[in-house]
Each structure stands twice: as C-alpha cells, then as structure tokens.
Write a protein of this length. Structure first.
Lengths: 504, 196
C-alpha cells in the first residue's frame, strides 16, 4: 500500500485527526506495500505462515552467508528447507520498519524462536533445540572471565581465511584418539626452550626431499636394541675433526666391495690372531720389521714344496751347511792322504725340520673362497633395487607424480583431471581406490534442463528502473525468454537433447 | 578494448616482490581468495613478474565474483565461491589441458552455494548464464561431473580470461561450452544437466 497523504492520515486540519481508513499505522509503513499488491490480510505473513520479510511463501530464516563443501549445516532435508510453516495465531511476530524480525512461534511441530537482523544476521532456536547463529558480516566475541565449551558430539570447523591464535599461558591438548595434521604448505615450529618428543610405540619419519639436522651441542642417539642407523642408496660420509671411535663388544666388520682403505700416519692392527690374506699385492715397507715364520713362493706338488725365498739372509742355511761340510770333508780326506794331522770329519748338523703353517696356506683358490663366502666374505650391499621403495614412498608409482600428497581428495582429483592426459592416466586407478566414482567415464547425462545460447539476452532485467514506487510503468517484466524454454526438472525430448548438444 | 582497473588494486603499481596471497585485487577479494583447493600459496611462483601477471589475470576474476556476490537482487540467495583456483602442479607432472590456464590465473573454477550452504545446481546455471551475458571472458565451461564417490552431480563454472597485459588492452573471445565428466556435450551453448 502506498504511503498515505497527510489528508488521508488525518494529520491535517481538514481530517480532524481521524484517518479515512480507521485504525492503522500512522507512519504508513504497515501493512507493507506488497501486502496490498496481493490483496491479502494485513497480519504479518510470518504470523500467518505465508512468508517472510523478503519473500512470499518463504518463512523468515537466517541468511547463511558462509558454507563449506564438506560441512553439512542440516538446513535441508531432501533439498527442502527444514523450517516449517507457522499457523495463526501461534506465531508472535514483531517486524520493524527496516525489516528486523523477532518471532516466537508456538505452532505445533514448528516451535522456534528467531531473532533476525534486517541483513539476515541473527539467532534461531529450532523446534528440536538446535541453535543457529549467523553473521552476514563480522562476528566479535569477548569474554572478560573464563570461557568453557563442552561439546558431547563432534565439531567441524572450516576457516577459509587465516587462523591466528595467541595463547598467553600454556596451550594443552589432551587427545583421546589420533592427532592428524595435513598441510599443503610448510610446517614451522619454533621453540624457545626445550623440545621433548616421547613415543610409546614406533616412530617413523619420511622425508621426500632433503633432510638436515644440525646440533650445536652434543648429539646422542641411544638404542637399547639394534641400531640400523643409516641405509644409504648413495654415498655416505662420516667426518669428524676430532676422533671417531667405532667400538664393538663383539665383532666389528668393515667391508667394501670394491676397495677398503685405511690410511693414517700411524696405522695399527693388533690382535691375538691376525690374518692378512690376498691373491696378490705388496706387504711391508723398506724399513718394516718382520718377526715370525715366513712362507713364500709358488704352489708346489705338496703344500709349500715349491716355496722359495728371495733376499739376503744373515746366518747359514742348511744346504749351505751341508755343502760346507762336504768341502771340509773333502779337505780332510786330502789332508789324510798327504799324511797330515787328522782333524777327523766335521760335525754335521741335523737337517732342519720344517714347521708347517698354523692354517691352510693362503693359496689363490683358498683366498678366493674366503672372500666369496663365510663370515669374512666381502659384503654385497643392495638398497631399493630399481627404486621401487622410493617410488612407493613418493607415490609416483600409483598416480604418476601428479599429486604432492599421495592420497588426493575428490576435489583435487577433479582439478587434476582438467588435463585430459591426467584423466586418461589416473582416473582408472583413482576409481579403484575410491577417490572418484566409477561413473567418471559416462559421457552423456541422463537428463538435461534449460539451455542458454551464446547470444546475449537481457533476461535478468528484473530490477525496477527509476522511481517505480510512484511510477510502476517503468518497471518491466522479463518475458518468457526463448533460451529458457524448459523449466527446472522438465526433461527435453530426444530431439531437443540432440539440438542442445549441437547435433541439430 | 582497454579494461579499466582501479589503480589502488593495479598490481603494476606495486613492487612485484610484495605481491603475496594478501595482495588485494578488489575491495573484497585478495589473491588468497583464488587459491581454492589447489595451491597452498604463491611459494611456487618465485618471480615477481610472474606474480604480477597472475594478479592482473585474477583482477578480472575478482570483478566477476563481485558481479555475482554483490548482486543483492538476483543472486542475494546464493554465494559463488572459488573451487579451483591457482593450480600447483605435482612433483613430476607436466601441465596440460585447462590446468595450463589455471596455473597462471587465467582460468578459475567456481561453485555456487545456496543459503543453506549446499551446492545449488539450479542457481549454478543461472549464474553461468549471467556471467556469459555480462562478464568479460575468453571461455566459459559449464562443467558437470559425477566424480563424487556417491555419484552425486557436481557443477562447476570454469571461466577463462585472456592473458592480461600491463596495458590492459585485450580482446575477449566469449566462447561457451558445456562438459559432462570432462566430455564436451555442447559447444556455443550452456546446457543444464539435471540430477537424477
């Protein structure tokens, strides 16, 4: 209903204070103009269950201006709003000039309280006791004292912007279940004092890039079980400006398949039993001393029978003794025949008894066997042959390195498949893994609705032009636009479907 | 045509090195708005000039978002949100398809939510038709898919703008198409696919 003139309202002398229309709102705001347009009761629509401040037939509701795909606010059931219809006279409605609304509804089955700002912000208590609070702009909450929140069910929170928390005291989390963090960006922790990490079960750290641990003080790794500290596919270096002690209470094994080198200005190898075996090479140096039994030379018919010895020996070898004895005997015989004084035969020392080696002779076949197997064999090291483990950890194997995280969400999969090559390569695996449905390859929808062509249409020109309150002739109505030939839910014929898909 | 840009938000008026997710593209939208479910930030774009190019491209998208979300008449009941923003390629991925355009901010995917926070398929078509008629773009793809594990229908409006030069002098091709599960079902026409 249009605003009344002063004469109509009776606020001028001619009207003598009496309204032409009887009891009514002296400001002319109520009932609303739109009520007059439809010739309906002047009782508030919300009280009659006939609509709300903004729309006919749509009850007053809060404006839910924020949403998140994975969070269901429970505002719909089967696509319909769960807000029920009020019945007169059970809904007490207060609507102000600007559009603020307070509803206290006692309608059976729709008992609720609504306090709604004209912007749609407000609070609503629904029939089952559920409370909705909505802010169409910012929301601020301050507590001078303590704040306690108890939630018996689950909590879902989605922040689409940043979250900053300042905690002046301690920040304690006591979690009954798992504690999972997933970030697409970096994770940085800065601890001013000490950092303690205690795990009662197992610990596992996987770094897909490089890992650097720098300790300025003493670094201690203690294992009361086995310590298999480093398994390295590439080169490993241990360097220390100070001493390095490798100490074992039982066995210390160093094996290099190609070469093992020990170099030092003073290199000491000591043991009750010491073995240095090889097929060839050099042992000793120009001023090295050797103490002990010596065997050398090639293999003979019997062990060591072909051995010979090269070099200078101080002393008398047994052969030389025998030769010397023979010479002396010859000289004695010659002297005797000449009638000279007889000295008799010189003493002949006993033949030396060879002392056998304490172990098998280190001939080439024995050394070869020694290196090839057994406790002292050269160790063969193979780590992640073919890079299978690395590929598995990086998840490159399953999804071709398309995702930073090996377990993509459906949303991430949807984005990646904007590249047809990714779809062809990954969709099958992702469907098997349950990331996307197995209907990903369906190419024709079961039903379609409206169509809109390329040409521009002014189908949205519903906003009144000019001062339409006074001159509704300027308001224009959108005609049935040919591009919206079908209503929602109305299926196209096969012919129309083909035309819509470019086939006709 | 030369696209008029508010000098306050023109990235060419900024030091390239200061362009971050917090850089504003319009009164309401920052670059962070267009990160969507994809990139976690701009760390993967190390060079300032590349960031400036992304910001210029996204300015057109910020205008498109404002057109829809600030419309208090026709679209007062819905909210258009970025579902596919800047694309960050995987460790061994070679960019291809439309992800090339999403990588530099030329293409952005939008989804339309209603007042109850649900994806609104019906209004998605309305918004797509509105953008088609009133926005400046190179290509609009009204994309439907059944990738969700429950096979429910998801609608995404993919809008591609041209590579925006620092002169902001460019042309718009205004092509449209409809896709279903990545297959083109209609060229030069937006087709509304109905949920079963």
């Amino acid at each position: 209903m249009a605003k009344k003139t002063e004469a109509e309202l009776g606020t001028v002398a001619g009207g003598e204070g009496t309204s032409l229309y009887g009891f009514q709102d002296p400001t002319g705001e109520f009932p609303r103009e739109k009520y007059a347009d439809t010739n309906e009761s002047s009782i508030n629509r919300a009280a009659r269950g006939a609509g709300g401040v903004s729309e006919e037939n749509i009850p007053n509701d809060l404006t839910i201006s924020a949403s998140f795909p994975n969070i269901d606010l429970g505002l719909e059931e089967n696509g319909e709003s769960v807000t029920g219809r009020s019945k007169y006279p059970y809904n007490k409605v207060q609507e102000t000039y600007s559009g603020h609304v307070i509803e206290i509804d006692d309608t059976e089955g729709n008992e609720r309280i609504l306090i709604r700002h004209r912007t749609g912000s407000g609070i609503e208590m629904r029939k089952d006791g559920t409370i909705y609070i909505s802010a169409t702009q910012d929301r601020y909450e301050t507590v001078a004292g303590n704040n306690k929140i108890i939630v018996e069910g689950n909590t879902e929170i989605a922040y689409e912007g940043n979250v900053d928390m300042w905690v002046g005291g301690n920040f304690n989390l006591d979690i009954g279940g798992n504690y999972n963090i997933k970030t697409k960006g970096d994770k940085k922790e800065k601890v001013a004092k000490n950092h303690q990490h205690v795990t009662s079960g197992n610990s596992e750290y996987t770094t897909k890039g490089n890992s650097n641990i720098a300790t300025m003080g003493i670094a201690t790794d203690a294992a009361l079980g086995d310590l298999r500290k480093t398994i390295t596919k590439g080169k490993q270096e241990i360097s220390a400006e100070g001493a390095i002690d490798l100490v074992s209470d039982t066995q210390l094994l160093l094996s290099g398949q190609k070469e093992a080198v020990m170099v030092s200005q003073a290199c000491n190898i000591s043991g009750i039993t010491v073995s240095a075996l090889g097929m060839k090479g050099t042992f000793g140096g120009q001023t090295c001393d050797f103490i002990g039994k010596s065997f050398g030379g090639p293999l003979g018919p019997q062990p060591l029978s072909g051995a010979c010895f090269y070099g200078s020996v101080i002393g008398t070898a047994s052969g030389a003794v025998q030769a010397q004895t023979a010479v002396m005997a010859t000289k004695a015989a010659v002297a005797g025949s000449l009638g000279g004084g007889g000295f008799g035969l010189p003493p002949i020392p006993p033949a030396p008894v060879p002392i056998p080696p304490s172990g098998p002779p280190p001939i080439a076949p024995i050394v070869g066997l020694h290196l090839a197997g057994g406790a002292y064999a050269i160790r063969t090291v193979t780590i992640d042959a073919g890079g299978v483990l690395k590929s598995k950890i990086l998840n490159h194997e399953s999804y071709g390195g398309v995702f930073n995280d090996g377990e993509p969400s459906t949303e991430e999969a949807r984005q990646a498949m904007r590249d047809p090559a990714n779809k062809e390569k990954l969709a099958g695996d992702m469907a098997v893994d349950g990331i996307i449905s197995d209907s990903y390859n369906e190419s024709v929808p079961e039903s379609i609705g409206r169509t809109s062509g390329k040409s521009t249409k002014d189908q949205f020109g519903t906003k009144p032009v000019g001062n339409t309150t006074e001159n509704s002739g300027k308001k224009y109505t959108v005609e049935n636009d040919p591009i919206y030939t079908k209503k929602v839910g109305e299926k196209l014929t096969q012919e129309e479907l083909l035309r819509a898909m470019g086939g006709g | 045509m030369i696209y008029l840009v508010d000098p306050i938000y023109n990235p060419d008026n900024l030091d390239n090195r200061t362009i971050t997710g917090q850089t504003k593209l319009s009164k309401s939208y920052k670059i962070a708005t267009f990160l969507g479910y994809g990139a976690s930030g701009l760390d993967h774009i190390p060079f300032g000039e590349d960031r400036a190019q992304i910001a210029r491209n996204l300015i057109l998208h910020a205008d498109i978002m404002s057109m829809v979300n600030h419309d208090k008449d026709f679209f007062k009941d819905v909210k258009m949100k970025v579902s596919e923003g800047l694309y960050e390629k995987g460790p061994t991925e070679t960019l291809g398809g439309d992800n090339i355009f999403k990588f530099d901010g030329r293409m952005v995917g939008y989804q339309v939510y209603n007042g109850t926070g649900r994806l609104d398929l019906e209004r998605t078509f309305d918004v797509a038709a509105f953008i088609k008629d009133y926005a400046r773009y190179d290509r609009i793809v009204l994309d439907y898919d059944t990738y969700n594990q429950d096979k429910s229908l998801t609608a995404t409006i993919l809008v591609k703008v041209p590579m925006v030069p620092s002169t902001y002098d460019m042309t718009f091709e205004r092509n449209i198409e409809t896709q279903y599960n990545g297959n083109i079902i209609s060229k030069n026409e937006l087709v509304e696919v109905l949920a079963n």
